[in-house]
Design a protein around this ligand. Structure first.
Ligand code: ATP
Ligand code: MG
Length: 475
């Protein structure tokens, strides 16, 4: 797929204005709740979506649905991002064909979801999601409950198919409710999305408070899209968020985990984090970290989080891999670090650190699930930290060959950057790990010769440095 590069907002309004034609831009409906009226149809000649920019597989699906007599539209992020000149993450399709009918059209199709079934049409690694238009009852979260509405007003059941227009109005933000119709290549706008796209505004469709109560995850999506697109949250869309933020506690920790990854691993982690804190959402996701952040000394631990997220954004920009293990290691380190420091005297260095790690994993489980395959390496990254302080003897050789060395070393540098660890130690490791095995031997030999032990006191090591040499595997 083509790389568009992530251009930022500045250009957006020009781009969209271009698509709309100068008179069609409508005055900015700033900060007024949207009252959907007749759809605006933007013909092929007046918008910039071309089939050349749509995944061939998505086109195949659209055409086959159309040829079978169904309505078929590209929708959601695919349309929004193409209009903004960005590369869509994926292509979602909406249709009036029912799931069983979709399945009959595609051999490579499986139906997923129990309550509201979606079709996945699979082409190798690309999955095109095809959803039947949903009616008014619809909602983003799958939930098995029999009740239509929870006490908080959250929608718990929907199985109602609807029209294209109904489908549009149950979507979250106006810019996410634009449809590219394969029948005539027009863009259909039922909610004022084009005008908002042009104004760089993220606006909830309908009554924002009610929509957040239906599905509190929309608060996280609001922040995520605002950061990703460089859009401003429209005022009535933003206003209810701080008061409703604690509704996130009702959401399964598995779904929150997925959202956290989307928020922090899409290249705009810094901006997202700032908005999350501004709207009181971060405290719901990472309460212990939020508490630790209030105990700030010389900018620490705020700097640690900021640096970690800056690094993540940079790595994504450079197409380097990022792992949730490292991300969570950083996001949860401030409370771990504080507890570790507070208990190290009494418990010993490594046991205190490992116990702090166990404690936070337990605390965090109620907020974001962290799969074992990431929480284990996360804890190893932490447990290896004290071993970087031990640069005598042959210990550095053992540490450098530890399977988790690289991540732990990166984490050490992060702590160094944030002022938590002596820069000299970071520099020592930076040199040491870059050398050949022979040169490392030489470094250690010289260092050990330079500092001959005056007295052999090995037996009397302090309890804090005692215990496991194997460190990282703990707990
Ligand atoms: P991206 O894929 O780039 O993150 P997207 O807008 O495509 O952004 P998805 O999560 O893929 O987001 O969802 C596709 C579309 O489904 C959205 O654009 C929106 O119209 C609708 N949608 C998704 N989640 C919700 C929700 N919780 N409430 C209402 N509508 C939703
Ligand atoms: Mg999408």
């Amino acid at each position: 797929m083509k790389k568009w590069g992530l251009q930022k907002i500045g250009r957006v309004s020009e781009l969209v204005r271009g698509f709309l034609g100068s008179n069609n831009g409508k005055s900015q409906q700033e900060d007024v709740a949207i009252k959907p009226t007749a759809p605006i149809v933007i013909p092929r000649s007046e918008h910039a979506i071309t089939r050349a920019n749509i995944s061939p597989n998505a086109l195949k699906v659209l055409y086959r649905l159309k040829d079978a007599g169904y309505q078929a539209c590209l929708v959601g992020g695919g349309v929004r991002d193409l209009l903004l000149g960005r590369e869509p993450k994926d292509f979602d399709i909406a249709t009036d064909a029912h799931p069983e009918e979709i399945r009959q059209l595609f051999r490579n199709c499986r139906l997923i979801g129990r309550r509201f079934r979606l079709a996945h049409v699979v082409y190798g690694r690309e999955v095109i999601e095809v959803a039947t238009f949903r009616g008014r009852q619809a909602d983003g979260e799958e939930d098995e409950s029999e009740h239509a509405l929870s006490d908080e007003g959250r929608i718990l059941r929907d199985n109602v198919y609807g029209t294209l227009e109904e489908d549009a109005l149950r979507r979250d933000f106006t810019v996410n409710a634009l449809y590219y119709d394969i029948a005539d290549f027009s863009v259909r706008d039922f909610a004022g999305g084009m005008a908002d796209l042009k104004a760089g505004l993220l606006r909830m469709i309908g009554d924002p408070e009610a929509r957040y109560r239906e599905d509190p995850v929309r608060m996280l999506r609001a922040v995520r899209f605002a950061a990703k697109l460089g859009f401003r949250l429209e005022e009535t869309t933003a206003a209810p968020i701080p008061d409703l933020a604690d509704l996130l506690l009702d959401i399964s920790s598995a779904r929150i985990y997925e959202e956290v990854l989307k928020m922090f691993m899409a290249g705009e982690a810094v901006a997202t984090y700032e908005l999350l804190r501004q709207y009181g959402l971060f405290a719901q996701l990472f309460p212990e970290t939020e508490a630790a952040l209030t105990l700030e000394v010389n900018g620490y631990p705020q700097t640690l989080i900021s640096r970690a997220l800056e690094n993540t954004d940079r790595r994504i920009d450079e197409n380097k891999p990022v792992t949730p293990a490292f991300l969570f290691a950083a996001l949860l380190w401030p409370p771990v670090q504080q507890r570790w420091q507070a208990t190290a005297q009494e418990m010993g260095d490594l046991p205190a650190l490992q116990s702090a790690g166990g404690w936070i994993v337990g605390e965090q489980a109620g907020h974001t699930a962290i799969p074992k395959r990431f929480s284990m390496p996360m804890r190893e990254i932490w447990s290896l930290q004290p071993r970087f302080e031990q640069i005598s003897g042959r210990r550095p050789l053992r540490l450098v060959s530890h399977p988790r060395f690289r991540a732990a070393y990166d984490f050490l540098l992060l702590r160094g950057d944030a002022g938590e660890v002596d820069k000299k130690i970071c520099d020592w490791w930076t040199t040491f790990q870059a050398e050949s095995p022979e040169a490392r031997e030489a470094i250690l030999t010289t260092a050990n010769e330079r500092k001959p032990r005056k007295k052999r006191r090995r037996r009397k090591r302090s309890p804090t440095s005692g215990g496991t040499e194997t460190g990282g595997n703990g707990g």
